[in-house]
Structure formats: structure tokens, C-alpha cells
Design a protein around this ligand. Structure first.
Ligand code: HEC
Length: 176
């Protein structure tokens, strides 16, 4: 008998003795707090955005410290995704589409959600909510979408009009 089949043999032995039926249940019910820590999605309309606020200037600090090494100065990209620019490249078959937050993303609220759950790549969920608002403000400003004195919070972020908002069609279309 190979060593790989040993665990399986053990499983059948358990079945045979009926021990499996009496085995304690693994884990325990997730508490409200356990669930809240993971239940962090933000809707396109901003539902779920937490308290906190951040400025473009504050976001620049966060960006230089925690994002620039991968996303380049002012979000120009390299080694990882370009976060700014690329406008006018999506509908041109003669050149590759440069999809950035500014040229492609339909909702500013997604920037908050994505950054909070996934960035920085090496330390996701390490930013405070206000840092996420701030770095979102900075990236939107780099794209010329909000002014340099913009303050992003749960009220202002959903109101940001993204340039490619109409570039997406809801599916199914009749749902609109
Ligand atoms: C260690 C490298 C690294 C760091 C640091 C980092 N990122 Fe990223 N980022 C990535 C990678 C890799 C991707 C692509 C992930 C994928 O496609 O799944 C990405 C993707 C993104 C995207 C999506 C881009 C798109 O259009 O698809 C955004 C927005 C973003 N990062 C923001 C940030 C912000 C804000 C910070 C700083 C708080 C940050 N990142 C720090 C590596 C990094």
C-alpha cells in the first residue's frame, strides 16, 4: 500500500466503526463580527461605504509610500498596472486599449472597494478607510476626474462621474 492511500484507508476504517458519525463538527458558527470583517463589498451607488475621508494631498503621501513602487510615479505603470491615462484608446482598433481606472472603470466606488480589499498587493486590508479614501482621491485626480482640492468620503465618492460610465451596458439590457 502506498503512503498516499493511507489517509483514505483511515477514513474507511472510521466509517466502518461508525466513529465518523460521532466525530465533533469542525469549526463553529461565524459570529456577526467574523462576518462583518469579510462583508465589505461596496455597491456601485456607494452603499456600504464606511465613515472616514481623504484628500488628494493625503492620498499622494499614501501612494508614494505604498503604491508607487509597483504602479509607477503618478500611476504611470510598471512594473504593474497603469492607473492613470489611456483616454481615447478603448475604441481604436489600430492600437491596444490602455485600460486604467480613468479610461476604463465605470464607478469610482469600485476603486475604494478594490483598493481596500486587495491593495497594497503585499499587504491587503492594511490601509485605514481614510487612507483608502485619500489614495482614491489621488488616483482620481491623477486622471483629471476630480480637482486637487477634492475630499472623498461616503457622500462625495459615489457622485464622481467616471468618463467611461456609459461604455458599459447592463446585462440583461431590459433590467435597466
Ligand atoms: C507589490 C506591488 C503592488 C503594490 C505595492 C500595490 N499594487 Fe496595486 N496592483 C498590483 C498588481 C500585481 C495588480 C494587478 C492585480 C490583478 O490583476 O489581479 C494591481 C492592481 C491594482 C489596481 C487595479 C488596476 C486595474 O485597472 O486593473 C489598482 C486600482 C491598484 N492596484 C491600486 C493600488 C494602490 C492604491 C496601492 C497602494 C495602496 C497599490 N495598488 C499597491 C501590485 C501592487
Amino acid at each position: 500500500m502506498s503512503s498516499r492511500s493511507l489517509p483514505l484507508a483511515g477514513f474507511f476504517a472510521l466509517l466502518a466503526t461508525g466513529a465518523l458519525a460521532q466525530a465533533p463538527k469542525f469549526g463553529s458558527p461565524a459570529s456577526e463580527a467574523d462576518i462583518a470583517a469579510w462583508n465589505i463589498e461596496i455597491s456601485p451607488d456607494g452603499a456600504g461605504l464606511p465613515p472616514g475621508a481623504g484628500t488628494v494631498a493625503g492620498g499622494e503621501k499614501v501612494f508614494v509610500e505604498k503604491c508607487q513602487a509597483c504602479h509607477g510615479e503618478k500611476g504611470a505603470g510598471k512594473p504593474n498596472d497603469q492607473l492613470a491615462g489611456g483616454f481615447g484608446t478603448l475604441a481604436r482598433p489600430d492600437q491596444p486599449a490602455v485600460k486604467t481606472v480613468g479610461s476604463f472603470w465605470p464607478y469610482a466606488t469600485t476603486l475604494f472597494d478594490y483598493t481596500r480589499r486587495a491593495m497594497p498587493w503585499t499587504a491587503p486590508k492594511s490601509l485605514t478607510d481614510s487612507e483608502v479614501y485619500a489614495v482614491s482621491a489621488y488616483i482620481l485626480n491623477l486622471n483629471g476626474i476630480v480637482p486637487a482640492d477634492a475630499v472623498m468620503d461616503a457622500k462625495s465618492l459615489p457622485k464622481v462621474a467616471m468618463p467611461n460610465r456609459e461604455g458599459f451596458s447592463p446585462f440583461p439590457r431590459s433590467a435597466r
